[in-house]
Design a protein around this ligand. Structure first.
Ligand code: CP
Ligand code: NVA
Length: 315
């Protein structure tokens, strides 16, 4: 590799803001090389990685399992009914026990506090596979996708349209690490909190990039490269579905919205899509959509992330 993500060796990956700009660049370069056919070797040979998934997943779990297998390792998936985190056993005890059996953990856990608790109780690396407060692996894949389709990441203009929760929070962190021009468009009352906005920079760093938060979709769409959306009702918010459908209705990404955006704009979505809510079929399946390439990139960036953490010959 020309530019390596050496800072990640043996480390947790819990948030985008934990990455130095050079580590993010190195990871994306590594992912691009792997996607072009470079051989990462088998740095996970004979090692096992636990996968604790307390929420449903298609992309995250399958792409991680495939990547772990590709690197010679063995994933062990555990779900809520088995682990009953914090109910059957304390978070710290679960972490201590897993650490005796496996070489790392990929965790999708609603509570960021529980994720940090697991990370604190384990020596092995812990990777955040989504909490209610962040989705850093998703944003790695999104950055690779922007780099591929816009041609550059630094200075790219991204318009996030949706709820100011986990995916948005990780985009805010990425804006500072990757020097993005990020616009966040939400309905009134759904924007990222002041705490999230202030916490998006790595402590001790001022961050780079620029961030605009607005309720005005047209303001967010000006000169943008990418329209990015996410579900209106996230996992765990199902009881708010009807209210959210009303509140987010004017923010649907449809043909009319594409007509108000620059001609070459690309459309991204972390998926799963609730077709007919945040995005219409015609946009999702249309020529400006890159959502399936974006989903594929989950595999390549996570392959690179694991290779960097576990010390592939490539890293
Ligand atoms: N985007 C994403 O994380 O998808 P899954 O919930 O299917 O893993
Ligand atoms: N905001 C969504 C992201 C899904 C990948 C959720 O938390 O359900």
């Amino acid at each position: 590799m020309n530019q390596v993500a050496t800072g990640l060796r043996g480390q947790d990956f819990l948030a985008v803001k934990d990455l130095l700009p050079e580590d993010l660049r190195g990871l994306l370069q590594m992912a691009a090389r792997l996607k072009s056919g470079a051989d990462p070797g088998t740095p996970l040979g004979r090692r096992s990685i636990a996968m604790v998934f307390l929420r449903p997943s298609n992309r995250t779990r399958v792409s991680f399992e495939a990547a772990i297998n590709r690197l010679g390792g063995h994933p062990i998936a555990l779900f809520d009914r088995e682990i009953e985190l914090g109910r059957r056993e304390s978070v710290a005890d679960v972490g201590r026990i897993l650490d005796r059996f496996v070489d790392g953990l990929v965790a999708r856990i609603p509570s960021q506090r529980d994720l940090l608790g697991l990370a604190a109780s384990m020596d092995g690396p812990v990777i955040n596979a989504m909490t209610d407060q962040g989705h850093p692996c998703q944003i790695l894949a999104d950055c690779l996708t922007v780099q591929e389709s816009v041609g550059h990441l630094a200075g790219a203009r991204i318009t996030f349209v949706g709820d100011g929760n986990n995916v948005c929070a990780s985009w805010l962190e990425a804006a500072h690490v990757a020097d993005l021009d990020l616009r966040v468009v939400t309905p009134p009352g759904y924007g990222p909190s002041e705490v999230v906005l202030a916490g998006a920079c790595r402590s001790g760093s001022e961050g780079r990039g620029s961030v605009l938060v607005t309720n005005d979709l047209d303001e967010g769409l000006q000169d943008t490269n990418v329209i990015y959306t996410d579900v209106w009702t996230s996992m765990g918010q199902e009881d708010q579905h009807e209210d959210r459908r009303q509140d987010f209705g004017p923010y649907q990404i449809n043909e009319g919205v594409l007509g108000r955006a620059p001609q070459g704009v690309r459309v991204m979505h972390c998926l799963p899509a609730h077709r007919g809510e945040e995005i219409t079929d015609s946009v999702m399946d249309g020529p400006q959509s890159i959502v399936f390439d974006q989903a594929e990139n989950r595999y390549w960036v996570q392959l690179a992330l694991l290779a960097a953490i576990y010390g592939s010959d490539l890293s």
